[in-house]
Design a protein around this ligand. Structure first.
Ligand code: ADP
Length: 295
């Protein structure tokens, strides 16, 4: 279970900042003394009200019960006055997004498929929950929230603050503060505020395109209305020029048959109607079939 961790403020040296996100900076800290590995990533949150702190604590307790090989584990939290921080296991290979963008990205097709399967398993676990707890909707699935461990296994991050649950397996929730990243938004959720697990499935479809193409497949700067996939991707799918979508670094690694199957899964995830999108369970099954054929 989760422990409240005392972190001295000198742990938050500006030189240790490894990233910054919507909630504040992320620091790399050495915590060998507290026995959860020698390094952790600490997400320091902006100050909150007292009520906010109570909600934060309650939420962290729920989330601390979620344990899965493909979720970045939350190992602790600290609250000191109005200062709050979440302590996660440290992921030495950073984000999937950063890897895909590198000019010398060495992730092979089978490694990329395994990353997709891993991330899909993490999401499936979040969605279906455990025997003692209902599922959670992530709400911000994207390649920068998929982190890679020392062996390049995928773990979903940022699920801590994104949940709306506990959620019912089948119910749809109407959310007033639509949250997420433009471009990855389920259009149905955007227009109606109706959120269910299929909104994560939509964003996962975008992730699949980015893993295949090595580049951003949506425009995340537009904040007017969801545009779906970027025009280049839409055009290439429509014209059946699927091999033009492939990251040039993957040339010669993907068979035509598997390429077609992979694009089909991604397009299925991106269907307009939530009901028509597959469950993460189905996505895992279909990706595993592709992996077994590419071996
Ligand atoms: P965002 O709000 O953009 O999703 P986060 O606040 O979750 O970003 O994280 C910001 C950055 O910090 C990430 O892009 C990543 O580079 C780094 N980071 C976050 N969590 C970890 C971790 N557990 N291990 C290593 N790096 C991390």
């Amino acid at each position: 279970t989760l422990s409240e961790i005392q972190l001295a403020t000198n742990n938050f040296d500006e030189t240790l900042v490894i990233g910054s996100g919507g909630f504040g900076n992320v620091y790399k800290c050495d915590v060998s003394k507290i026995g959860c590995g020698s390094e952790v990533a600490v997400k320091r949150l902006r100050t909150m009200s007292k009520q906010g702190a109570h909600e934060f604590e309650a939420e962290v307790k729920v989330l601390s019960k979620l344990r899965h090989a493909n979720l970045v584990s939350l190992v602790g939290y600290c609250i000191e006055g109005q200062e709050m921080a979440l302590v996660y296991e440290f992921m030495p290979n950073g984000t999937l997004k950063d890897h895909l963008r590198k000019a010398d990205c060495a992730l092979s097709w089978s490694q990329r498929l395994k990353i997709c399967i891993g991330a899909a398993r993490g999401l499936h676990y979040l969605h279906t929950g455990t025997s003692t707890q209902h599922g959670v909707i992530h709400r911000d699935v994207k390649t920068s929230n998929i982190l890679l461990d020392a062996k390049f296994a995928a773990k979903i991050s940022d699920f801590g603050l994104a949940k709306v649950g506990p959620i019912d397996q089948t119910r749809t929730y109407v959310i007033t503060n639509v949250k997420g990243t433009f471009g990855y938004f389920d259009p149905c959720y955007f227009y109606t505020g109706k959120l269910n697990r299929k909104s994560d499935v939509y964003a996962f479809g975008v992730v699949l395109f980015e893993v295949l193409s090595g580049k951003q497949a949506v425009d995340s700067t537009l904040d007017e209305e969801p545009q779906g996939l970027a025009p280049w991707a839409q055009r290439q799918i429509k014209e059946g020029k699927l091999d033009q979508i492939i990251d040039p670094k993957l040339m010669g690694q993907i068979s035509r048959k598997c390429l077609k199957k992979f694009v089909k899964i991604a397009c299925h995830c991106l269907r307009d109607k939530q009901k028509e999108r597959p469950t993460m369970d189905e996505v895992i099954f279909r990706l595993e079939c592709i992996l077994s054929k590419e071996r």
